[in-house]
Design a protein around this ligand. Structure first.
Ligand SMILES: CC(C)(COP(=O)(O)OP(=O)(O)OC[C@H]1O[C@@H](n2cnc3c(N)ncnc32)[C@H](O)[C@@H]1OP(=O)(O)O)[C@@H](O)C(=O)NCCC(=O)NCCS
Length: 162
């Protein structure tokens, strides 16, 4: 999947294809730490019926928010989209990060036209918090993004770290 993401425009699709990338870095990280030893951390999204890999989620430290907050991302295989995997995976990731790390805040940025991701985040309990104009460059234009966030206080019933 990582190789496809770096080399196949169809795999990332409209919102995630930003040009050809190197496949070397993913492979180096896979050999060194299975993509889990340092930020950005990655987990596979596996189908509940037969465990096949259908995508991945990731989370990272960012300078802007500083310690105590994770930025998350997700990509589901184009053949597996629209069946609930993206919503389920991000909901599970929020539970996982609030349970295994003391983070207070989890956030995601998504392009204003990416209504499917916005819907998925809202289903997971994220709130739309703001608009970043000209946030990133894609397909010949600077694009606006919404910021979505969820805090531990938003979810008193979620698991707590031990
Ligand atoms: C965005 C993404 C993670 C969503 O995952 P998904 O498994 O496709 O989405 P889901 O099946 O969980 O659907 C989420 C919501 O969008 C709706 N939806 C899904 N596909 C849709 C479509 N093609 N058109 C309209 N609505 C759609 C669903 O009905 C659901 O809304 P509901 O809860 O009100 O029914 C996935 O499509 C993806 O990987 N896209 C490309 C990469 C990307 O955009 N990543 C996020 C970058 S910020």
């Amino acid at each position: 999947m990582c190789d496809r993401f770096a080399t196949d425009p169809e795999f990332g699709g409209q919102f995630e294809w930003t040009g050809f990338g190197s496949t070397v870095e993913y492979r180096r990280r896979w050999e060194e730490d299975r993509l889990l030893g340092a930020s950005p951390y990655n987990l596979v999204v596996a189908a509940s019926d037969d465990d096949r890999p259908v995508g991945w989620v990731n989370w990272r430290d960012t300078d802007r928010a500083g310690p105590g907050a994770w930025e998350i991302g997700i990509l589901i295989d184009p053949n597996e989209r629209g069946r609930g995997a993206g919503t389920a995976a991000q909901s599970l990731l929020v539970d996982y990060l609030f349970a295994t790390t003391p983070t207070h805040r989890i956030w995601a940025g998504t392009e204003i036209e990416n209504t499917v991701e916005q819907r998925a985040l809202e289903r997971c309990g994220f709130r739309q918090e703001g608009l970043l104009r000209g946030h990133h460059f894609r397909d010949g234009e600077w694009r606006d993004s919404y910021i979505y966030g969820i805090t531990r206080d938003d979810n008193p019933n979620r698991p707590r770290p031990h």
